[in-house]
Design a protein around this ligand. Structure first.
Ligand code: SF4
Ligand code: SF4
Length: 343
C-alpha cells in the first residue's frame, strides 16, 4: 500500500514501513522493531517530525491495585478506563506517520477494551507495546499479549510477581520482554539486587534488558530522591561488569551521555541514545483524551492540555498548536534535556 501526503510518501514492503520526504525519513521494521531516522541525508538528524508523532503514549486505564508508594500517577483501584470508541476516535485523528503505541495501564484486566484496541492497531499497521505491573497475569492474558505486542515490559515492584510474569511472557513467545526499574536513592539497593538476581534467577535467563527509569518527583513519588551522577555511573558500571543488558528511559539521556564521554565507542553509543522526544517525535494522551507533551507533565501548572476528541485536525490543532510549538522549541533549545524535572 502507498499513501501520498503533501511532500511525504509512506509505503510498506514485507512488514517494513518507509517514510520518505526531503527533510525527514525513516525505516521501521514492524517485526523486529529496528528503526532508523534521518533527515536531508544520512548524516542529518531532524529536530522533530514535521508529519506528526512516531510514538503515541496513551493511558487507557488508571485502575491499579499496586499501591506503590512512588506512583507518580497516584493510581488506586478507584480509577477510570478509556473506552474503545474514544480510543478509535483518537487513533483515527492521528497522522499515518505513527508506528508504535505505548499503552499505559495499571492492572492488566482493568480495561476489557484493551484487546480491541490492540486489534485495531494491528489492523492499521501500528505496533502496540505495553508495560504491566505483573499482578493478575495468567497464561490466557500472556498469550493475548504475545499475539499483538512487539515488546512487553514488567515493572519491578515485587520479585515473585515480576519474575513469574517475565518467565510466562517469554514462554508464550514474546521476544522482547524487559523489566522496568525505578531508580531513586530509596530503591538503589533494590536496583543492585535486581542486577544480581537477573544473573542468577533462571526465570530471567532470556530477559531482554533491565530498563532503568529516572525519578520525576510527582504524585506519590514526590518524597523520593533522585540519585547523583556518581551513583548512576556506579550502577551502570556494575550492570555492565555483570554482563547484564540495560537500557534507560529517554529522560535519563543526559546522565548516560556523561558516562560515555571517554568511551571508545562514544560516537556509536551516542547514535543509539534518543534524548527526550516529547512533542518532537512522541505524544502523550491521558485517559480523558487530553494531550500533554509527556505523561509527567500532566497536571503541571505551565502545561495546559489539549482535548484531542474536540480537535478537527491533529497536525494543525495539536502538533503545530502554539503551546506545543513553544514546548518543542524550549526542549530543542535545551538539547532535549528535561526542561521541567531535575533528573
Ligand atoms: S506505579 Fe504502576 S503498579 Fe504501582 S500503583 Fe502506579 S500504576 Fe500501579
Ligand atoms: S519532558 Fe521531561 S519528564 Fe517528560 S519525557 Fe521529557 S525528559 Fe521525561
Amino acid at each position: 500500500m502507498v499513501i501520498f501526503l503533501i511532500n511525504q510518501e509512506i509505503y510498506y514492503k514485507n512488514n517494513v514501513k518507509f517514510v520518505k520526504s526531503e527533510e525527514y525519513n525513516y525505516i521501521f521494521n514492524m517485526e523486529n522493531g529496528f528503526f532508523a531516522r534521518w533527515g536531508k541525508n544520512k548524516r542529518d538528524d531532524p529536530e522533530y517530525s514535521p508529519f506528526g508523532p512516531e510514538i503515541l503514549d496513551i493511558e487507557v486505564s488508571t485502575i491499579c491495585s499496586g499501591s506503590c508508594p512512588w506512583c507518580y500517577k497516584s493510581n488506586t483501584t478507584n480509577g477510570k478506563n478509556m473506552s474503545f470508541e474514544t480510543f478509535k476516535l483518537i487513533f483515527d485523528k492521528f497522522p499515518k506517520n505513527l508506528i508504535q503505541i505505548a499503552f499505559g495501564i495499571g492492572d492488566l484486566d482493568a480495561n476489557q477494551d484493551l484487546w480491541k484496541m490492540f486489534e485495531y492497531c494491528q489492523k492499521n499497521q501500528v505496533v502496540p507495546n505495553i508495560t504491566i505491573n505483573g499482578y493478575k497475569i495468567n497464561e490466557k492474558w500472556a498469550k493475548r499479549l504475545a499475539k499483538y505486542c512487539g515488546a512487553v515490559a514488567v515493572s519491578h515492584y515485587n520479585d515473585e510477581y515480576c519474575f513469574n510474569a517475565v518467565e510466562l511472557l517469554i514462554n508464550v513467545g514474546i521476544k522482547q520482554v524487559n523489566i522496568h526499574k525505578l531508580v531513586t536513592k530509596e530503591t538503589l539497593k533494590g536496583c543492585y539486587d535486581l542486577i544480581d538476581k537477573t544473573k542468577n534467577d533462571v526465570r530471567l535467563s532470556s530477559l531482554n534488558a533491565i530498563i532503568l527509569l529516572s525519578l520525576k518527583q510527582k504524585g506519590r513519588g514526590k518524597d523520593f530522591h533522585a540519585i547523583s551522577q556518581v551513583e548512576f555511573s556506579d550502577l551502570v558500571q556494575y550492570a555492565l561488569n555483570q554482563k547484564i543488558s540495560i537500557g534507560f528511559d529517554s529522560c535519563s539521556a543526559k546522565k548516560f551521555l556523561k558516562i560515555i564521554q571517554n568511551n571508545e565507542k562514544k560516537k556509536f553509543l551516542e547514535m543509539m541514545i534518543e534524548s527526550c522526544e516529547s512533542n518532537c517525535f512522541s505524544q502523550y494522551i491521558n485517559v480523558e483524551g487530553i494531550a500533554y507533551p509527556c505523561s509527567f507533565l500532566e497536571g503541571e501548572l505551565m502545561y495546559e492540555g489539549i482535548d484531542v476528541i474536540k480537535v478537527n485536525n491533529f497536525i494543525d490543532d495539536i502538533w503545530f498548536n502554539e503551546k506545543i510549538k513553544r514546548f518543542r522549541k524550549k526542549l530543542i533549545r535545551n538539547k532535549r534535556i528535561c526542561p521541567v524535572f531535575k533528573i
